[in-house]
Ligand binder design. Structure first.
Ligand code: SF4
Length: 488
């Protein structure tokens, strides 16, 4: 049976990566010349948080309409100099999005724009609202018309219906009805508003640049544009920046912080600082703990790049086994490529990784990665290392077995698709053709987590969900419209 282009791309993607994926990154600029260009650079630094679509909305001021550009693809492909020149003004917000194949469509690209009776608003959201669908059904029952399938549109719809006077009051009114995760930025005619849910699932940082204000999902975006990191937006905080002045509001009931521990393990960039903690340091500590929990006699520690890199350094330091980058990753792999008709053995994994034979021949190898989701890619990498001459391959994973999906803004397979949900560690070892397999224990992860000095969510490892998802019912349909690519 012949595969469609989309099916082939999805298959290739599955071969290339086997991780949970962050669904979004956001950025907001207030009071800077060329705000859209700064937002563009911020999104560029946040590209790892979403590669499906990107968008920027700018506010040219003087009662002129907000300017918007959204597109499918990477930030560098969606924007060019000519487009950025047209995104005029000193205020802008931007968004990058990751989605599964089914939800991948330009209509779901953010920021969302809406005209309301308090003026034009643009909103960019990172996180997932666990009760969005019941509220959506309720609103649709009262005549609301939705134009996307994204949960974030519920915020816009609730805001538009609120009877409060100011946009920030309306946003708070809307968010008060919602449960789950939101780290968002919203732009109005004269203000930039940032909000983080009371549990603080997703990161959101606040920076300054020559008198301008900058909001970004991660501090690596502040670093790129030369902004200083002032502090993080606190869980439950709403920040309103109007005419250069910042006001901090605490409108929500205080909850226990449950920051996503997977941001520290894998999602965030290692050069980012999350809630006052360097991601790099935390990952190294995971690797050290892993080495203490699962020691093994070996000759080299090899990371799966880039995901296992920092934990492997920690493992090597603690164990005294030399660290070698014996797997080389091709960073320029795109989603579609052409394979010769004569199929090549292990083609999918070889496109992205190759082994350095000279380092591996006859060696006992500790292969370190951050997590195992379905296990497809890692199995191929183990075989690649064996084929390069390794004598033994010992897998070490710097997080506990991933046994449950995420409801708070991460794209995950179903529970049944997670290899650790269906199989014991010994079964997974055998499937992966490894000589031994050691996961960081949940206790070990939680011990490392005590240095974070804030609560965290580890539900995908522990099955202890801090906010129960509502009964969602059938997902919203968007069957009457379909996006058409110019090159389709
Ligand atoms: Fe992060 Fe919790 Fe989601 Fe796991 S379940 S990805 S720890 S928010």
């Amino acid at each position: 049976m012949e595969m469609s282009r989309e099916e082939l791309a999805a298959l290739v993607e599955a071969h290339l990566d086997d991780h949970f994926h962050d669904e979004c990154g956001v950025v907001g600029i207030h009071g800077a010349p060329e705000a859209a260009k700064l937002a563009y650079l911020g999104l560029y630094a946040l590209q790892h948080r979403g590669q499906e679509s990107a968008g920027i909305v700018s506010n040219p001021g003087s009662h002129r309409p907000q300017a918007v550009h959204r597109g499918m693809g990477l930030v560098a492909d969606v924007f060019n100099e000519r487009i950025l020149e047209q995104l005029e003004g000193r205020n802008a917000i931007g968004h990058v999005r990751y989605s599964t194949a089914g939800g991948s469509s330009l209509v779901n690209a953010q920021p969302f724009c809406a005209t309301t009776d308090v003026g034009a608003i643009a909103l960019a959201h990172n996180g997932n609202l666990v009760n969005a669908f019941p509220i959506r059904r309720e609103l649709e029952g009262r005549g609301a018309i939705f134009s996307t399938t994204a949960d974030s549109e519920v915020i816009v719809q609730l805001l538009a219906r609120s009877r409060e006077q100011l946009p920030e009051e309306r946003l708070i009114d809307a968010l008060s009805r919602l449960k789950g995760a939101w780290s968002l930025v919203m732009m109005t005619a004269d203000a930039l508003i940032a909000a983080r849910d009371p549990r603080g699932f997703r990161p959101l940082s606040l920076g300054r640049l020559d008198g301008a204000w900058v909001i970004a999902s991660e501090t690596c975006a502040l670093d790129l544009i030369g902004a200083t990191h002032e502090r993080d937006i606190e869980p439950g905080e709403v920040v309103v920046i109007r005419r250069g002045r910042l006001r901090s509001l605490r409108p929500f009931r205080t909850e226990r912080t449950t920051f996503c521990i997977f941001e520290h393990i894998y999602f965030a960039r290692p050069d980012s600082n999350l809630n006052g903690h360097t991601v790099y340091d935390f990952r190294k500590e995971l690797g050290r703990t892993l080495a203490r929990e699962h020691p093994v006699a070996a000759d080299v520690v090899v990371p799966v790049l880039d995901s296992g890199n920092t934990a492997a350094l920690g493992f090597a330091e603690e164990s005294g086994i030399p660290y070698e980058q014996a797997l080389i990753r091709n960073h320029y792999v795109r989603r579609t490529f052409i394979e010769p008709a004569q199929s090549i053995r292990h083609f999918g994994v070889k496109v992205k990784h190759n082994a350095v034979r000279g380092v591996l021949v006859g060696k006992r190898v500790v292969l370190v990665d951050d997590s195992i989701v379905r296990g497809t890619t890692l199995t191929k990498i183990v075989n690649l290392i064996r084929a390069a001459g390794a004598r033994e391959v010992h897998l070490r994973i710097s997080s506990p077995p991933t046994i449950g999906p995420c409801h708070y803004g991460i794209d995950t397979p179903t529970r049944e698709e997670l290899i650790a949900h269906n199989h014991s560690t010994e079964e997974i070892r055998a499937i992966m053709n490894a000589d031994s397999l050691g996961y960081l224990t949940l206790e070990g992860l939680r011990r490392c987590g005590t240095r974070l000095k804030h609560g965290f969510c580890d539900a995908c490892f522990s099955d202890e969900y801090p906010v129960e998802p509502a009964d969602e019912g059938p997902p919203p349909q968007l069957s009457l419209f379909r996006a058409v690519d110019e090159d389709a």
